[in-house]
Design a protein around this ligand. Sequence first.
Ligand code: GLY
Ligand code: MN
Ligand code: MN
Length: 465
Amino acid sequence: MTESFVTNTDAFLARRRALHEQLSGPVLLAAGEPASRNYPANRHRFRATSHFLYFVGRPLAGSAVLFDAGRSTLFTLPPDPDDALWHGPRPPLTELATELGFDAVRPLDQLDAILAPLREKLATLPTQDAPSARWLSERLGRPVLERTGAALGDARDAALADAMIALRLCHDDAAVEQLRHAARVSAKAHVAGMLATRTDGTESDVHAAMLAVLRKNGLEDAYGPIVTVHGEVLHSDDHSQPTRPGDLLLADVGGETAEGWAADITRTWPVSGRFSPTQRAIYEVVLAAQGAAIAVAKPGRRYRDTHEAAKRTLVEGLVALGIFRGDVDGLLDRGAAALFFPHGIGHLLGLDVHDMEDLGDRAGYAPGRTRSTRFGDGYLRLDRDLVAGMAVTIEPGFYQVPGILSDPRRTDPLGADLRRDVLAKYADVRGIRIEDDVLITKDGNEVLSSGAPKTVAEIEALMQP
Ligand code: GLY
Ligand code: MN
Ligand code: MN
């Protein structure tokens, strides 16, 4: 059954008030333009920019919010009979004003006249695609960037970005409820995926079963689902491969609520329902690495500490299995972790699955911190001190990537301490990732995605016929 899940207007009012308090000039935030494929009538479901959703909660295509002198005004399309024929009726603007708690809601065609005296002072944020950026550039009379990770050139926009980051880094109660809901439903999708896995099936069977749970509960995909027996391809979007008895299947699938709040969960399970001894051994190492990272995900700790904790536990585990030889500190210095875990431990989670990555490392990295230039560590998307109210993912993995294991730049520093003869015994482990959504709380953390089975015993018990 669909659980309806709507944030109270008071929460949006509080967010708008909090933005006004930080502003020194007017701001225009656009929802973005609707997207179509190949020709205009082939419209795809519209998803508004996350900054707009944060204050509005509804994907009102083509709309914009003006924040000026303490007042919040929504500009949107009024009801139109021709449009209603194809897309359904839109509510009258007065109704929207009451329902969404705006000081005023005005027809979109009044926007340019109202902006005219404000234009020189207006700040905005990068938007999600080129047509939306073009629309915003025309309104502001200056170029506005499309979802840039690059530095924001305009000082007004940069100050607004910093204000948004300050607001969105720590989630309010309403946002936490949305994130909990997204994680709860997405965890159920993982259970359905495990149950739908067949030794004579395909990845698509699992993909379909997982999406069915999301859709039945009113969730869209928060990102392109990854459902693959080739977990070593980190973000594979192919779902066509057969699922065979000896395979591990990696599913990185999360939904987003109607208001846009995301879950991001990965589980890896044996197609047969039983891990082989070698799969189980590596799985336990990754699980231990994840546990070590979650244990340090607390207020006052640096997120990078979770990455380092996972790397250390992973390398310790691989030494115990005989895949590496030598002392752990030395192995870590020589890049041992990145050989099998070549990405960062995770990222911020919120309205965007990689929250606020449209603002580049400005959101993920605290002032004065920059990305490492080391292989693997350079993919760490977050390096801030953790604070209660932040949501992050913790997602270590182990992957045998042919392109890495045959690259002398990566393997030469390890020399014979990478025991290829031992590694060869683990050929049935191509890729494992275990990813949870973790809310930082006053006393530690809460794993929002704990409904998805994770231990070997839990997964095997669920999958027995
Ligand atoms: N689902 C993408 C990620 O885990 O970052
Ligand atoms: Mn993730
Ligand atoms: Mn993921």
